[in-house]
Design a protein around this ligand. Structure first.
Ligand SMILES: [Mg+2]
Length: 147
């Protein structure tokens, strides 16, 4: 570290620095059947020092959410075997380690009806596709720290 820090910098630091802005250390479960999207999220979040576990359908998401605690879940809507709405409902009703964590929908061509459906299923918000790092980290931050 270069430069000079005086004592007031140290005193002020804890107030200025909230967790908002850094996702480092978070554990994120991603449920997405499209490999390219799954890989993109994994790469973008790993750059932010996030631990990413990804699964390919809603049934696997329910299973993963029952097995371990995650800080947040990113859930595709349309997946084979079980879609995101049903998986979210089951996670919410499970009483498991992820029953109360934020769940964000990954949505393409989102309509007002779909957003309402996300909320009814117990989701906390949505991330429209396509997204970039900023959209992803902003949505996660908002879900975790602005509630
Ligand atoms: Mg899909």
């Amino acid at each position: 570290m270069t430069g000079h820090a005086n004592s007031s910098d140290f005193q002020d630091a804890p107030q200025r620095r909230s967790r908002h802005g850094s996702l480092a250390g978070l554990r994120v479960l991603v449920a997405e059947d499209t490999e390219m999207v799954r890989d993109l999220i994994t790469i973008l979040l790993m750059r932010e020092k996030v631990t990413v576990v990804s699964v390919v359908d809603g049934a696997q998401a329910v299973e993963a959410a029952a097995a371990e605690a995650y800080d947040i879940i990113l859930m595709d809507m349309n997946m084979p075997v079980m879609g995101g709405f049903e998986a979210t409902r089951r996670i919410r009703q499970s009483g498991g380690p992820c029953a109360g964590v934020p769940i964000l929908a990954l949505t393409a061509n989102v309509s007002k009806a779909e957003i309402a459906q996300c909320e009814r299923a117990g989701m906390d918000g949505h991330i429209p596709k396509p997204f970039n790092t900023n959209a992803l980290t902003t949505a996660i931050n908002a879900a975790l720290y602005d509630a």
